[in-house]
Design a protein around this ligand. Structure first.
Ligand code: NAP
Length: 483
């Protein structure tokens, strides 16, 4: 798409340019080259999109669950048919290696099939009354117009994780995708359009004025729910703004996952697991392990295995053969790696491998950062406190269980935590004490469209996926009937 042709606003079933005619470039993070343009929508277009969602609500909310399920199932099928083209676009726009991009498209499609089925299970209950002449029943009805704001790191699945349940529940939506990945959002909305989602049911505003678009969405009386995935700072701000109109709010925010390896665990298996999960999407994941605690008795074996595994990770453009580590999203992200490593080494951490930017032959970009292992990390280092969001494995030895649980919980975040042990008692005891929304026990991928995803504390409110995922889009109505 050229600069002049960019029409990436989707309002009332039509693709439009910004009223100003302004566009903004979208770049490939591996090369810095412009790969397309998006329309620079703002407040006025957002208000028009909200009005379109309001207009479409009555008809959409009164379709049958089976009609909505049919459309979602069709979207699921179309998304899988386009898996390769969506994955290639994602790799180009966001940078993750092609294999991971394909997996993300499958994960994104899973939400469509899961919520297609969940639509049919929206029911109420009957409740016995103390009065003989009274009956109670409940209905669950769509909350109304939903504002959905999504991040760049999982640019397709974070959209279907929100729009899937919104559609299933009978809500209409206005989406604001991340300005770094609008092309993936356009391709995702085309899936919904081609599946037959009626005009106005889903609308989208791309734009660089996130704060203005966000304010228009969260302060609108017509928008009845905010669903946001992104940083904790912005999520808190939006939740506070949404309080003015007392909207339903679910926010999926940052994380700082501990990864604990107990002395009875196999350190080699745990290190292989850590190498796999830590460097997924170059560490740019909210559930990426940020603090790896390893019992001192197996510390050296764990570190040497992890370092060997990291040495084998190939760095390059995501569509090149065998590449496991693509570019970071932008310069700011790469600078954060440099500053966290500089801070950690100044305070005594050892760099076992990596620890610097690298260049990739034949690929012009400057945001490749070598996958890194830091040993002897301590709680006073920035990396132990701030979300890294990059390819640095920070490893700390520990001596006893109480100490490691205290360290693991010593954070404002509470999204995911991992533990490795072969002792069932340890697994249950520690799982119960970790203040996190998701725990992986000897498991590096505790996520599925069929399971509730979400955090506690500053990692968010609400759950996405699973049978709880649709509750966020439904209000319960109590009906008392005198008979
Ligand atoms: P971000 O800066 O908070 O951006 C997320 C979204 O919010 C983008 O669409 C962004 O738009 C928009 N935004 C930014 N400022 C805004 C404002 N003032 N008002 C309204 N919207 C605003 O986060 P990010 O850097 O894209 O994503 C990384 C963060 O997301 C990490 O902290 C990560 O842990 C978290 N995350 C959490 C989950 C989860 O499920 N818990 C999943 C994935 C990511 P622009 O792109 O235009 O700035």
């Amino acid at each position: 798409m050229t600069q002049q042709q960019a029409q990436t606003l989707y309002i009332a079933g039509e693709w439009k340019s910004a009223e100003s005619g302004e566009t903004f470039p979208v770049t490939d993070p591996s090369s810095g080259e412009v790969i397309g343009y998006a329309s620079d929508g703002g407040v006025s277009e957002t208000e028009t999109a909200i009005a379109a969602a309001v207009d479409a609500f009555q008809a959409w909310s009164t379709t049958t669950a089976y009609q909505r399920a049919d459309i979602l199932s069709k979207a699921h099928r179309i998304m899988l048919e386009r898996r390769e083209e969506l994955a290639r676009l994602m790799t180009q726009e966001q940078g993750k290696p092609l294999r991971a991009a394909r997996n993300e498209v499958t994960y994104a499609a899973d939400f469509l099939s899961w919520f297609a089925e969940e639509a049919k299970r929206i029911g109420g209950i009957t409740i016995p009354s103390a009065r003989a002449d009274q009956r109670f029943m409940t209905m669950r009805q769509p909350v109304g117009v939903v504002a959905a704001i999504t991040p760049w790191n999982y640019p397709i699945s974070m959209i279907t994780r929100k729009l899937g349940p919104a559609l299933a529940a009978g809500c209409t939506s206005v989406l604001k995708p991340a300005s770094l990945t609008p092309l993936c959002a356009v391709a995702t909305l085309r899936v919904f359009e081609d599946a037959g989602v009626p005009a106005g049911v889903i609308n989208m505003i791309t734009g660089r004025s996130a704060s203005a678009i966000g304010t228009a969405l969260v302060e609108s009386k017509d928008v009845r729910k905010l669903t946001f995935t992104g940083s904790t700072a912005i999520g808190k701000r939006l939740a506070a703004q949404a309080a003015g109109t007392l909207k339903r709010v679910s926010v999926e925010l940052g994380g700082h996952a501990p990864f604990i390896v107990f002395p009875d665990a196999d350190p080699v298996r745990a290190a292989k697991g850590a190498a796999l999960v830590k460097f997924l999407n170059m560490g740019q994941a909210c559930i990426s392990p940020n603090r790896i605690y390893v019992h001192r008795s197996i510390y050296d074996t764990f570190l040497s295995t992890l370092t060997d595994r990291v040495a084998a990770l190939k760095i390059g453009r995501g569509d090149q053969d065998g590449v496991a580590i693509g570019p970071l999203i932008d310069d700011r992200a790469t600078e954060k790696m440099e500053s966290q490593v500089a801070d950690a080494t100044a305070k005594g951490a050892r760099v076992l491998i990596g620890g610097e930017r690298v260049t990739v032959e034949g690929v012009g970009g400057t945001n490749f950062y070598a996958p890194t292992v830091l040993a002897d990390v301590t709680p006073d280092m920035e990396i132990s406190v701030d979300e890294t969001f990059g390819p640095i494995a920070a490893v700390t030895p520990f001596d006893d269980e109480d100490e490691v649980i205290r360290l693991a919980n010593d954070t404002e975040y509470g999204l995911a935590a991992y533990l490795y042990t072969n002792d069932l008692s340890t697994a249950i005891r520690v799982t119960e004490q970790l203040r996190y929304g998701i725990i992986g026990v000897n498991d590096i991928n505790p996520t599925s469209a069929a399971a509730p995803f979400g955090g506690v504390k500053s990692s968010g409110l609400g759950r996405e996926g699973g049978d709880e995922g649709i509750d966020e889009y439904l209000d319960t109505k109590l009906v008392g009937i005198a008979v």
